[in-house]
Ligand binder design. Structure first.
Ligand code: B12
Ligand code: SF4
Length: 508
């Protein structure tokens, strides 16, 4: 079959501010197995430009596909754009099959299928095997009832089949790198880059996390084969930066060490960046030199908050002393730390935000990334937020960079003020400026300057947007009325082949 994979342009700041674009790994991951099954597959990447919607639609239609597949790493906030493009494609090409996958449709399949008649099928959970079976069913002209892990419109309305099993051997499916021209994709300030996954999932239990349940259980690729793939991308495709999409790549000290050693043995000049947990860094104090030797330049640490009660509420399992120690250890080994910090909890007061900023300062991270609380329906945290008032009803703005929920003690402009003040103080303090402009390590100096340069563009953009563009609705609906009933019972998107983790078949 002729299949076109589509990455739609996302309006979020994360897409628009950097001049760099990363390859859409989710789409490439399903592209590889489809090519291996003999299908004619191509990718249309609307992030470049960004492509105006009519041009994007013309490009897709011009390729005369049998199936058009959508998915986006902005997921929830990318959904309205996908819905628009998919509708226009289906209006122009009657009979084309539209398939949709990724985190958001995995859980919102009922609403998508009910409200968007052009969507033929939704792939729920990880896509590699399910999409192959789905396309085979299309080819056979048969029903989809027997394809595990999909949702479609049955005679009685939207229905889902049994959850697909998790993929045990992640090396069994290859990424369709041939779908992209590597020269067009960059990160870290213009360096040729890819996104990859060593592992999927996370064994921790943070209540607000939408990713842990999506992958259902933690698994990793073969450390040596994975290192070889990165080395090949460097030697044959000139890739310099490897951005890890993993939620938590360091869960197994043994597997992680095996990967680092295998990559060091490849002797390739790569820059590695990604996220992990502070406790893993502290655990690996004796092997951090291997991280550095392998090329690790920055870890994003999800600190989320310094307030013990809030950490308890979100079941982060983090401890301020461990977070602080992780940052210290990373600095000692020449690895940058980026701390994420979440604002917008319901009971937050000026005093909390003042104390939080002071504590954050005492942690002394190299970089920070502030985010707003954004509840996803399939997380346990959603229940706690279900009766809060939604002040941002434009779903494209549910991207963590816009305040979407009212807080009890503060108007949104004051929350924004704290948000921006914290960024300015943390990034603009003399120590941070000295590291940014005078860091003795040339590579880290480049990285810090690149981030600071983006920050200088994002900072006023977000303030101007708040006052002149974004519309906030003081009398918006509750979260429950806006998105629907909690869905945490369906949080695990696949069946894990383990009795204690098996997922109930979702109601049709
Ligand atoms: C790398 C990344 C980015 C990169 C994107 C690079 C790129 N071009 O893709 C950057 C840094 C630019 C980015 C930006 C943003 N991101 Co981001 N990002 C990630 C991250 C870390 C990895 C994504 C990834 O590649 N995963 C690995 C692939 C293999 O998984 P996948 O995409 O889910 O695909 C699998 C399945 O979902 C399915 N599938 C996916 N699509 C499709 C389509 C079809 C047709 C089928 C059949 C199957 C299928 O099959 C795939 C293989 O199993 C995730 C968190 C995570 N660990 O996943 C957040 C994440 C996806 N990002 C998120 C967000 C919010 C954003 C931003 C909106 C943030 C912002 N305000 O700027 C922007 C959006 C802009 C954009 N262009 O994406 C959220 C989405 C939350 C949600 N549930 O709605 C996530 C989940 C982070 C989080 N913890 O919440 N992001
Ligand atoms: S540590 Fe990160 S990936 Fe793991 S559950 Fe918590 S937020 Fe999710």
């Amino acid at each position: 079959m002729r299949i076109v994979l589509v990455n739609v342009p996302h309006p979020s700041i994360g897409s628009r501010i950097p001049d760099d674009h990363l390859p859409p790994l989710g789409l490439l991951s399903i592209g590889g197995p489809l090519i291996d099954d003999g299908h004619e597959v191509s990718l249309v990447d609307g992030e470049f430009g960004p492509a105006p919607i009519p041009d994007l639609v013309a490009e897709i239609v011009g390729r005369a596909p049998d199936v058009v597949m959508f998915g986006h790493s902005g997921s929830t906030s990318g959904h309205p754009v996908i819905a628009e493009v998919a509708r226009l494609v289906s209006e122009t090409m009657r009979g084309v099959r539209i398939v949709y996958g990724g985190v958001f449709p995995t859980y919102h399949w009922r609403e998508v299928l009910a409200e968007e008649p052009w969507v033929a099928a939704i792939v729920r959970g990880e896509g590699e095997e399910t999409v192959r079976r789905l396309v085979a069913a299309f080819e056979a002209g048969g029903a989809l009832d027997h394809v595990a892990g999909v949702a479609f419109r049955g005679a009685d309305g939207p229905r889902a089949t049994a959850a697909a099993p998790v993929i045990r051997d992640l090396d069994a499916y290859r990424i369709g790198w041939e779908l992209i021209d590597h020269a067009r994709y960059s990160y870290w300030g213009g360096l040729r880059a890819v996104v990859v996954q060593f592992s999927r999932g996370c064994p921790h239990l943070c209540t607000y996390c939408g990713q842990r349940g999506f992958w259902t259980r933690w698994r990793h690729r073969d450390p040596v084969l994975f290192a070889k793939e990165l080395a090949r991308l460097h030697r044959e495709r000139g890739v310099r930066v490897i951005n890890f999409a993993d939620e938590n790549p360091t869960v197994s000290k043994k597997a992680w060490r095996a990967f680092l050693e295998a990559l060091i043995a490849e002797k390739v000049d790569l820059i590695l960046v990604g996220s992990t947990r502070a406790d893993d860094i502290v655990r690996d104090a004796d092997t951090l030199h291997l991280y550095k030797q392998a090329g690790w330049q920055r870890f994003l640490l999800g600190l989320e908050n310094t307030d013990e009660a809030t950490l308890e509420l979100i079941r982060k399992g983090g401890r301020p002393d461990v977070d602080r120690e992780a940052i210290r250890l990373m600095r000692r080994h020449g690895i940058l730390s980026m701390a994420t910090w979440v604002i917008g909890f319901e009971e937050e007061t000026d005093r909390d935000l003042w104390n939080g900023m002071r504590k954050l300062l005492s942690y002394d991270p190299d970089q920070i990334q502030l985010l707003y609380v954004t509840p996803h329906r399939w997380t346990p945290y959603y229940r706690l937020a279900a009766e809060r008032r939604v002040i941002q009803t434009d779903r494209r703005r549910w991207d963590y960079k816009h305040q979407v929920l009212a807080t009890r003690h503060m108007p949104p402009w004051r929350t924004l003020l704290w948000f921006k003040l914290t960024e300015a103080v943390l990034q603009g303090r003399p120590k941070a400026l000295r590291r940014t402009y005078l860091h003795p390590d040339k590579g880290l100096r480049h990285a810090m300057r690149w981030y600071a340069q983006m920050g200088r563009r994002v900072w006023p953009y977000e303030i101007l947007n708040f006052f002149f563009r974004d519309r906030l609705d003081a009398s918006g609906p509750t979260v429950r009325a806006f998105w629907g009933e909690p869905q945490d019972a369906e949080e695990q998107s696949m069946s894990a082949d383990r009795p204690e983790r098996s997922v109930a078949r979702p109601a049709a």
